[in-house]
Design a protein around this ligand. Structure first.
Ligand SMILES: [Zn+2]
Ligand SMILES: [Zn+2]
Length: 258
């Protein structure tokens, strides 16, 4: 390889910590995007139009937005004031056709073509969510770098995969959905099997100690194996969110991670 592909070192580093690069990078990139976009969205009317015309963030990224520590709650107020104004117009319009963007002039660049149908009032499951797009692109990038490095028999990547068990079942399955050389496919399957067998042993111990005959035995590290089982199968994050963030916390955290 002449140029280091995107996320290459991130993947090696996250695997060395026994975590899933797919889960960690999609989450951190989406958070970073939402945090950064906030400033652009607040000062740039074109970006505000795009945000409104795409219906804002989906439910999941709305939750993420609220958990991000920032310096400007005013920015969020401005953006969501606009979305609520749109909702008021749509509610007033009743059954009439209403297409967001038409009333105030659609964005000229045409990145997000105005749909000719009445859009739903709620965008909880929003296919146009801009943070979802970032997440999807990151996920594709991570999986592409992983599979292409392995296909090229890159030694560092092969050793990282062989010496760890970080990928969750969800991202492992996505990686295995590509046709891969037998050696690579075997390495990925063994990677998953190691974690699965560790989890099964821990779950077995957890269930044994949960039996009334053995409740006197103190619970060990297997005590939270049931949460890690859910996380491994689904790719859901076990990161504890900061409950009382201070402004600028995320920026400091992201800088420290670089
Ligand atoms: Zn994952
Ligand atoms: Zn989203």
């Amino acid at each position: 390889m002449t140029q280091t592909p995107a996320f290459y070192f991130d993947i090696l580093e996250i695997l060395s910590r026994g975590r899933c690069p797919g889960c960690e990078l999609t989450r951190s990139k989406a958070m970073h995007y939402i945090d950064h976009a906030l400033y652009g969205l607040v000062t740039d009317p074109h970006a505000q139009n795009q945000f409104a015309d795409t219906g804002g963030y989906c439910r999941k990224h709305g939750e993420m937005l609220l958990k991000i520590p920032w310096g400007s709650a005013l920015g969020v107020a401005i953006l969501y004031n606009r979305l609520i104004e749109d909702a008021v117009e749509e509610l007033k319009a009743g059954g009439e056709e209403f297409v967001a963007g038409e009333k105030r002039g659609a964005p000229t660049l045409g990145f997000f073509p105005v749909k000719g149908r009445k859009r739903p009032l709620s965008r909880g499951d929003n296919p146009d969510c801009l943070a979802c797009k970032v997440e999807h692109e990151t996920e594709q990038g991570v999986l592409h770098t992983l599979t292409e490095s392995l296909r090229a028999l890159d030694q560092r990547m092969l050793e990282a995969v062989n010496g760890s068990e970080g990928f969750c079942l969800y991202h492992l399955d996505l990686a295995l959905s590509n046709p891969l050389p037998e050696k690579v496919e075997t390495a990925l399957r063994l990677h998953g099997l190691r974690r699965a067998e560790h989890l099964l042993a821990e779950l077995k111990e957890f269930m044994r100690k949960s039996d009334y005959r053995f409740t006197g035995e103190p619970m060990g590290p297997e005590g939270d194996s049931w949460t890690r089982a859910v996380a491994w199968v689904t790719g859901v994050s076990l990161e504890k969110e900061e409950t009382n963030p201070r402004p600028g916390d995320l920026k400091r955290k992201m800088r420290a991670e670089r």
